[in-house]
Design a protein. Structure first.
Length: 475
């Protein structure tokens, strides 16, 4: 059944490879299951109703991500995974905090009002996807800018692996900047105290995992990424037990496996608070919707184009087949996310890890989606995957995606400048959308002022203008 429905033979893959790819993608992005409710509700959520809200967002994260991936699997037959987008969830949390100040309502009511914004955004994206408008926006991105998306994503993945995902410390390229940079072992030990051994363990297991992945990949092992993460996980667990005197499986208790369905039903499930939403003010509402739309649209477009490029899914014109369906699946994920209780659901850049493991069809996305749904019941098990293990995979995939620079025509200044700026902007800003915006603006400006403005399409001019407004006028 799977072979025919997902066209495995036509895509040069098989069931085993797709299942391994789906598991690999899941392991690299399972962190979002706990991190998303932490970001949206706060790490301190012991008092009701915030503890109930945290549980509601946890459930919504699993359910909305799974349904989005099911849509990706059955509508687009693509191996891309979805979940509440990083950056967008932090922005959503700040919006909720501002709504509490503007309206004077409690955090829960403000949260439910902010979900109305996500609902409207999702419905707009469904309409734009059905009308092929989002696909036309993809086509309006110049080929040179499109060629630079995958390498820039590669740098961003490396930054995530070497930075915020690395654990202790965090920040832009943290491991390379601080651990191997200005911090000497003695200085770090004296100033970090008990945190220093954990940092050493994290960095050591991360690089061991990376080298295991590289060696296995060179030997032709298709499950190299997954096996490398498993080796890194085991080493990290042993290190925690021996050097940190910590039980990595302490949170695996019988009570932790009971899904908090009641809490979601009472706090987030279809809990749209249009009364408080109307108190925000229409100008603010429109500004917020436009901001969410711009960031989400270009984050998704960039992830789809960049990852598809690495997987060889683009045609000779740099276009991805079934782009409309993939964008529609993304929009469906956002609508479901708003209905269940989470911020914008978008295509995850970690999908690249599954693609690198051999995932080529919707069976990969389906596998990852099923695992996310199961996390309602087995979240404590997913939580024991150490950040060091996922960092190893992200760094490896990032390195491979950087090789896409060989397709960029560096003797053409109209490609070189946008790509160079994107390479810097994406890992530093942490936003695929913002980096594409900078690439579009630089391409348009250089073409216009060198007398080649006619080469730029009308839609590209419009997109560049929208990003200029977003960067300089929308706060």
């Amino acid at each position: 059944m799977f072979k025919n429905f997902f066209k495995l033979k036509e895509n040069n893959t098989n069931v085993k490879t797709e299942l391994i790819a789906g598991l690999t993608t899941f392991m690299t992005m399972a962190y979002i299951i706990a991190l998303n409710p932490n970001l949206l509700v706060g790490f301190v959520h012991t008092e009701a109703p915030l503890n109930q809200l945290w549980n509601g967002v946890f459930m919504a994260t699993c359910i909305a991500s799974a349904i989005g991936m099911f849509a990706m699997a059955f509508l687009a037959n693509k191996p891309f995974a979805m979940a509440p987008g990083m950056g967008l969830n932090s922005f959503f949390a700040s919006v909720v905090a501002n709504i509490t100040l503007i309206t004077g309502t409690a955090y829960l009511e403000s949260f439910q009002a902010a979900l109305c914004i996500i609902l409207i955004e999702g419905i707009l994206f469904v309409i734009l996807s059905v009308l092929n408008i989002r696909e036309k926006i993809v086509d309006a991105i110049p080929l040179g800018v499109r060629l630079g998306i995958a390498p820039a994503i590669g740098l961003m993945l490396m930054n995530i692996g070497l930075g915020s995902n690395a654990g202790v410390g965090g920040g832009t390229f943290y491991v390379m900047r601080d651990f191997f940079g200005s911090l000497t072992a003695k200085f770090a030990s004296d100033n970090m105290g008990d945190a220093y051994p954990e940092m050493v363990l994290t960095v050591a297991t991360m690089f061991i995992g990376l080298f295991v992945i590289v060696v296995l990949a060179q030997k032709g092992v298709k499950a190299s990424v997954l096996l490398g993460m498993l080796v890194a996980s085991v080493i990290n667990w042993i290190g925690q037990a021996i050097f940190l005197d910590r039980n990595p499986f302490a949170n695996i208790t019988p009570d932790a496996f009971i899904p908090p369905v009641k809490d979601m039903a009472e706090t987030t499930l279809f809990k749209f608070n249009f009364t408080v939403f109307a108190q925000i003010g229409w100008f603010t509402i429109i500004t917020l919707i436009v901001t969410f739309c711009i960031i989400d649209m270009f984050d998704t477009i960039g992830t789809l184009v960049g990852t598809a490029s690495r997987a060889g899914m683009l045609d000779k014109d740099g276009k991805m087949p079934n782009m409309k369906e993939a964008l529609l699946a993304d929009a469906i994920g956002t609508v479901v996310g708003s209905a269940t209780g989470t911020s914008t659901v978008t295509t995850f850049v970690e999908s690249a890890s599954g693609v690198e493991a051999g995932g080529r069809t919707g069976l990969t996305a389906l596998t990852t989606g099923v695992l996310f749904l199961l996390c309602i019941f087995i979240s404590p098990i997913a939580a024991v995957i150490p950040p060091a293990a996922t960092s190893a995979a992200l760094i490896y995939v990032g390195v491979l995606m950087i090789t896409g620079l060989k397709n960029v025509h560096f003797d053409d200044i109209y490609e070189t400048v946008p790509v160079a700026l994107m390479l810097i902007a994406m890992p530093v800003s942490g936003s695929i959308g913002h980096a594409i915006g900078i690439g579009l603006i630089s391409y348009t400006v250089i073409k216009l002022f060198t007398g080649k403005g006619k080469d730029v399409s009308v839609l590209t001019y419009i997109l560049s203008a929208i990003f200029l407004i977003k960067f300089f006028l929308v706060v």
